[in-house]
Design a protein around this ligand. Structure first.
Ligand SMILES: [Zn+2]
Length: 458
C-alpha cells in the first residue's frame, strides 16, 4: 500500500505539499502529466528520497526499495480556468475561499489500467484549514473515510470555506456548489435531473453497476477565462470514477461551440452526457465505464466508441425524459445533410450510416449492438481492442459477420460520398418503416428500437 498525503498547511500561501511513500518491489515508473506542460509550471521542488530530481519527460523512475517522493503544487491562478486542451491536466487554483486541484498533478503509474499487480494508494489530507470542507471523487466508506484506491489518475479535490453540499434523498449522489456559483436551477432540481438521467439511461441500456456513489461538483469558470490562459484551456464537464464535474462558464462563447443553446442546456445535458460515460468512455475508464478501451486500442476507435456513441444516443435519451426537448429525427437528418455537403469526416455521420445499413441488412439497430456490447461487459470486465468489437457484437446477435460494405462505414468512411450515402440510407430506412416522422415516437424508435419505446408506455 502506498501512502499519498496531501498537506494543506501552506495552502493559504498558495502551496500544497504532496508526499508519496511506499516500497517498490521492482522499478516503478510514475508520471506527473503536469510536468509536460511547456508554458505552465505547477510542480515545484520535486525530490526523491530527499534528493532533488528534474525529470525531463514527466516520468520518475523509482528503484526497488523503500522510497518517498515529495513536491509542491502551486498555481498563479485564483479562479477556475479549466483543463489543458492537449494534456489531461486540470489547472489548480487558489483563492481565499477555495483550493482546487485535479487530474494531472498527482504521480500515477503509467498504464496502470493494464497492470497485473495494481498499486493501491491510501490518500490522506492533512492540515485542512478550520471550518473548510472537501468534496472529491475519491472513494469513501460509510463513515466518510477515504478508502484505498487504484485510481488517482482522474481526480478532483475541491476544498472550500463555504462549500454547499446537498445530499440526495436516495443517498446515491450528492451535489456540491462551489464558491460564487450561480446555477440556473435549484440544487434539488439538479438532483432530480440527475436521478432521471440515471434512471432513463439504465432503462435504455441496462443496469449499470459502475454508477455507484456519485459526487457531483458544480463549479463555474468566470466569463472570459480563456484569455487568462491565452486559450490553452477549456472548461466543460468531466466524468470520473465516482464523480462528475461541471466547469463551464455562463457565456455563449463557451457553451455555443459545444452545441448548447443556453447555459441551462449546457448544465443539464452536460450532466446527462457525463452520466452517459458510465456506459462508454474514450479516456482511461476501467473503473468508471462498462465499455472501455485497452491500451492497444487505436485512438480513433476509442473515440468513436467511447465518445461519439454516447453523443449518438443522447438525443433519444433526452427525449425520453424531457417532453419539451425540441429534438426531432428530421432536424437531425437535416443537420447531417449540411455536414455531408462539407465533405469533412464526421463520426456521428459514420454511426448513422452504419446504423441505417445494419437495419436494412439484418433488421437490428445500432442500439441492439450497443446493448449487446454492454451486456457482455457486465458479465466479463475486460477492455475492447478496436472497432472490431462492434462487429463481434453484431455477429453475436445475428450469427453472421457483418458484410464488408457495412464494416467500411466505420473502418474506411468516405466523406466525399456522404451525401450520396445519406440518400441511400434514408431511402432504406423509410422503406422498412416510417421512421422519418416528425415526432418523438419516430425518433425514439429510430435510436432506441421498439423495445424501449414500449417499455416506456407500459
Ligand atoms: Zn464526453
Amino acid at each position: 500500500m502506498h501512502q499519498l498525503v496531501i498537506h494543506y498547511q501552506q495552502a493559504l500561501n498558495r502551496t500544497i505539499q504532496v508526499r508519496l511513500e511506499g516500497r517498490a518491489s521492482e522499478i516503478l515508473t510514475f508520471e506527473i502529466e503536469a510536468l509536460l506542460l511547456k508554458s505552465e509550471k505547477f510542480i515545484h521542488n520535486l525530490a526523491l528520497n530527499g534528493r532533488p530530481i528534474q525529470p525531463e519527460d514527466g516520468r520518475i523512475d523509482i528503484p526497488p526499495g523503500n522510497f518517498f517522493l515529495t513536491y509542491e503544487i502551486t498555481s498563479p491562478y485564483s479562479v477556475l480556468v479549466g483543463a489543458n486542451v492537449d494534456l489531461a491536466v486540470h489547472y489548480p487554483f487558489f483563492n481565499g475561499h477555495e483550493i482546487h486541484f485535479g487530474s494531472g498533478v498527482l504521480p500515477v503509474i503509467r498504464d496502470y489500467e493494464k497492470s497485473s499487480a495494481p498499486l493501491h494508494y491510501q490518500v490522506r489530507f492533512e492540515g485542512i484549514p478550520d471550518g473548510w470542507s472537501i468534496i472529491s471523487n475519491l472513494p469513501v466508506n460509510s463513515a466518510g473515510a477515504i478508502v484505498p484506491t487504484q485510481q488517482i489518475a482522474q481526480v478532483f479535490v475541491h476544498l472550500s470555506s463555504d462549500l454547499q453540499i446537498f445530499h440526495s434523498k436516495c443517498g446515491r449522489f450528492r451535489v456540491a456548489l462551489g464558491h460564487g456559483v450561480q446555477p440556473p436551477l435549484a440544487p434539488q432540481e439538479i438532483f432530480e435531473f440527475c436521478q432521471s438521467s440515471i434512471e432513463f439511461q439504465e432503462k435504455c441500456f441496462g443496469r449499470n453497476p459502475k454508477i455507484r456513489d456519485l459526487s457531483i461538483l458544480y463549479l463555474q469558470a468566470p466569463r472570459g477565462f480563456k484569455a487568462l490562459t491565452q486559450g490553452q484551456t477549456m472548461a466543460a464537464g468531466q466524468n470520473y470514477t465516482g464523480g462528475i464535474a461541471i466547469f463551464g462558464s455562463d457565456e455563449v462563447e463557451n457553451y455555443g461551440p459545444l452545441g448548447h443553446s443556453d447555459y441551462l442546456d449546457f448544465v443539464l445535458y452536460g450532466l446527462h452526457h457525463e452520466i452517459g460515460h458510465a456506459f462508454t468512455s474514450a479516456g482511461p475508464a476501467r473503473f468508471k465505464s462498462l465499455l472501455y478501451a485497452s491500451g492497444d486500442c487505436p485512438k480513433a476507435d476509442r473515440f468513436r466508441i467511447g465518445e461519439v456513441l454516447n453523443i449518438y444516443f443522447n438525443p433519444a435519451t433526452r427525449l425520453l425524459f424531457q417532453e419539451s426537448y425540441p429534438f426531432r429525427l428530421r432536424t437531425w437528418v437535416e443537420t447531417l445533410y449540411q455536414k455531408a455537403l462539407q465533405k469533412k469526416p464526421s463520426m456521428l455521420m459514420d454511426w448513422f450510416l452504419f446504423d441505417c445499413a445494419l437495419r436494412s441488412e439484418s433488421g437490428i439497430g445500432l442500439v441492439d449492438v450497443f446493448r449487446q456490447m454492454l451486456e457482455q461487459k457486465r458479465l466479463e470486465d475486460s477492455p475492447y481492442d478496436s472497432i472490431e468489437s462492434v462487429f463481434d457484437a453484431a455477429e453475436r446477435i445475428t450469427n453472421r459477420r457483418p458484410h464488408d460494405f457495412l464494416r467500411r462505414k466505420l473502418t474506411q468512411p468516405d466523406p466525399e460520398t456522404y451525401a450520396e450515402q445519406l440518400d441511400y440510407a434514408l431511402a432504406s430506412i423509410q422503406e422498412s418503416r416510417d421512421t422519418l416522422a416528425n415526432d418523438r415516437e419516430g425518433t425514439l424508435q429510430f435510436f432506441l428500437g421498439e423495445r424501449s419505446v414500449d417499455d416506456r408506455k407500459s
